[in-house]
Design a protein around this ligand. Sequence first.
Ligand SMILES: Cc1cc2nc3c(=O)[nH]c(=O)nc-3n(C[C@H](O)[C@H](O)[C@H](O)COP(=O)(O)OP(=O)(O)OC[C@H]3O[C@@H](n4cnc5c(N)ncnc54)[C@H](O)[C@@H]3O)c2cc1C
Length: 201
Amino acid sequence: RLDCALVIVAAGVAPSVAFLEETPVHVAKGVLVDERMETSVPGIFAAGDVAEAPDLFTGAHLVAAIQPNAADQARIAATNMARGPAARDTKLNGVLAINVLDTLGLISSSFGQWWGEKPEAGGSGVELVDEARYRYLSLQFKGDVLIGATSIGLTQHVGALRGLIHGQVKLGDWKDRLLANPLGFVDAYVARSQQPMALAR
Ligand SMILES: Cc1cc2nc3c(=O)[nH]c(=O)nc-3n(C[C@H](O)[C@H](O)[C@H](O)COP(=O)(O)OP(=O)(O)OC[C@H]3O[C@@H](n4cnc5c(N)ncnc54)[C@H](O)[C@@H]3O)c2cc1C
């Protein structure tokens, strides 16, 4: 028995894969798939919470059990299923780990490689701590690419963090601006990823 004010259950997701035990479909935590969402058995595909697909940055296989990943993976799997074996060339741009949590009204989120990269491998980062307003933001870079982020108390436009990280957007001189002002990530997203598209239209 533990006296406590709050219990948070963080059990994760355990795919139900026991039925594959005696089959040639390779399973680790989930069903192992390549970037085309194909299992170890050609012509058999898996997607969503049950699948363990390559991570965007590390390439290590990962169960990333959230709806946007399930939808992305399902689209890739379905496209490849509909094609003949020689033409199954639609690939996932890597799984992006994302968590968005509402804890008694305090919104927190994490994206990608939120723990950062070693400096000798090109990693750098910046933290903004605003205790008075219950706000926190950590941005982690590799070279001039944002590879991970953690936020607390930010509810506006955190999707721009996902866009920068998943798109592996080259920030150029915007990286130094973000090191000086991490909250400028929306401006960085618009400037570095949306503007060329807008101009092209
Ligand atoms: C409580 C909760 C809250 C969540 N909140 C969020 C959130 O806020 N944001 C977010 O992005 N994601 C959230 N998720 C995760 C999201 O729901 C899943 O990532 C998404 O539903 C995965 O889709 P899927 O198609 O892979 O699996 P599922 O949606 O689980 O669909 C699998 C289907 O297969 C069926 N099935 C299972 N076994 C068999 C079988 N042997 N034969 C036939 N059918 C079978 C199941 O009944 C189910 O209908 C949440 C999940 C839970 C449980």
